[in-house]
Design a protein around this ligand. Structure first.
Ligand SMILES: Cc1ncc(COP(=O)(O)O)c(C=O)c1O
Length: 388
């Protein structure tokens, strides 16, 4: 049975065009971009071309001495770790309560090492309260050293006020890191003059390969390395670069940017169809974050009087793949820290599932999903009532 894949915030299927480009690169021979022979020079040239192409799709030049640069990493988790541990000396960090676990857990680990944290709240629909930023920067008689806010939330899809935050950070002279893992390739981005100091992204969220991502750094921003022992990437992230993965990331980003208008329209149409179809049948459903601008393909829905894990398993059995939150918490599924920060009612937190469509999703899949989800909801809701 092929299941309908509605978990595109966790990861996306690789675009076959990206797969083909990567396969050609993988088969192109030994690829250590630091080697001084012909194979090394060829690898270096492919790597540099891919890196510069990535820069151009993000609106930033990466070929200038002392200019902006890209640190290639293994993905969003590593880029976030590098940003939090390597920027802003050892001063206080400001972050929102709805950041991805890779940011929250790193910040809490740094807190144990003596770094203080200051938290930005969100409203009931998941939008960061940006008016808290300025007072937090200068709180406790000690200026913050780093601000980290995600571009859009991975559970609700709510798009965050990044331009406003960048303006405030720039005026205060504080580095501003953005976890743009859910928006790169989905929303337009022009890093030039954006006021952003560092930006995280990862290829597998925009139909590229898993295992590769990057941390973009604004000109002249220095970062403490996490790894040591090699000269690659100006010694900030040593280790042999995965040339074929970077080439794949560049190709995936090119396609995502060039086809963004069409994908956005398509995903939004399908997401709205899914929400409308379900709400028509079950007016008691709660769509989280609906009051704000959201990512085009993301929907977070509370199926009141059910338990999200039972719903998730029931849907999996009938061929619908979705999620009960961020991928990292699926399985054990502790209550969502995002919905908790939004101060949602316990019944909503217990019963919320996330659906994410992509450019590969179809109307037929959505219509099938509406029927399947609706049936599962009727059954599980009824069961709860009987048990009670
Ligand atoms: C907002 C956000 N940040 C970071 C990550 C981690 O990315 P990766 O899986 O590439 O490590 C994710 C992945 O779910 C995410 O959604």
């Amino acid at each position: 049975m092929t299941a309908v894949y509605l978990d595109n915030n966790a990861t996306t299927a690789i675009d076959p065009r990206v797969g083909n480009v990567m396969l050609a690169q993988f088969l192109d021979g030994p690829s250590n971009a630091s080697s001084q022979h012909i194979y090394g020079r060829q690898a270096r040239s492919s790597l540099d071309a891919a890196t510069e192409a990535i820069g151009s799709y993000l609106g930033t030049r990466l070929d200038q001495p002392d200019g902006a640069r890209l640190i290639i990493t293994s993905g969003g988790t590593e880029s976030n770790h590098q940003a939090l541990t390597g920027l802003g000396d050892r001063g206080p960090i400001i972050l929102s309560r709805i950041e991805h676990p890779s940011v929250v857990a790193t910040a809490k680990w740094l807190e144990q090492e003596g770094r203080s944290l200051r938290w930005l709240d969100v409203d009931q629909d998941g939008l960061v309260q940006i008016d808290q930023l300025q007072p937090l920067i200068s709180a406790e008689g000690c200026d913050a050293a780093l601000v980290s806010i995600m571009a859009a939330n991975n559970e609700t899809g709510v798009i965050q006020p990044i331009s406003k935050a960048a303006e405030i950070c720039q005026a205060a002279g504080i580095p501003f890191h953005v976890d743009a893992t859910q928006t790169v390739g989905k929303l337009p981005l022009n890093l030039q003059d954006s006021g952003i100091s560092a930006l995280t992204f990862t290829a597998h969220k925009f139909h590229g390969p898993a295992g590769v991502g990057a941390l973009w750094l604004a000109p002249e921003l220095r970062i403490e390395p996490v790894f040591h022992g090699g000269e690659q990437q100006l010694e900030t992230r040593p280790g042999t670069e995965p040339v074929a993965l970077v080439v794949g990331m560049a190709e995936a980003l090119k396609l995502a940017v060039n086809e963004m208008n069409h994908s956005t329209e398509h995903c939004q149409m399908l997401r709205d169809r899914l929400e409308r179809g379900l709400i028509d049948r079950h007016p008691d459903l709660v769509v989280q974050g609906k009051k704000h601008q959201r990512l085009p393909g993301t929907s977070s829905i509370s199926f009141l009087k059910t338990d999200r894990q039972s719903m998730l398993m029931a849907l999996d059995m009938i061929g619908i793949a979705c999620s009960s939150g961020s991928a990292c918490s699926s399985g054990s599924s502790p209550p969502s820290h995002v919905l908790t920060a939004m101060n949602r009612a316990a019944g909503e937190i217990e019963s919320t599932l996330r659906f994410g469509v992509s450019k590969f999703s179809t109307i037929e899949e959505i219509d099938k999903s509406i029927d399947a989800i609706s049936n599962a909801y009727n059954k599980l809701k009824k069961k709860t009532n009987v048990d009670n």
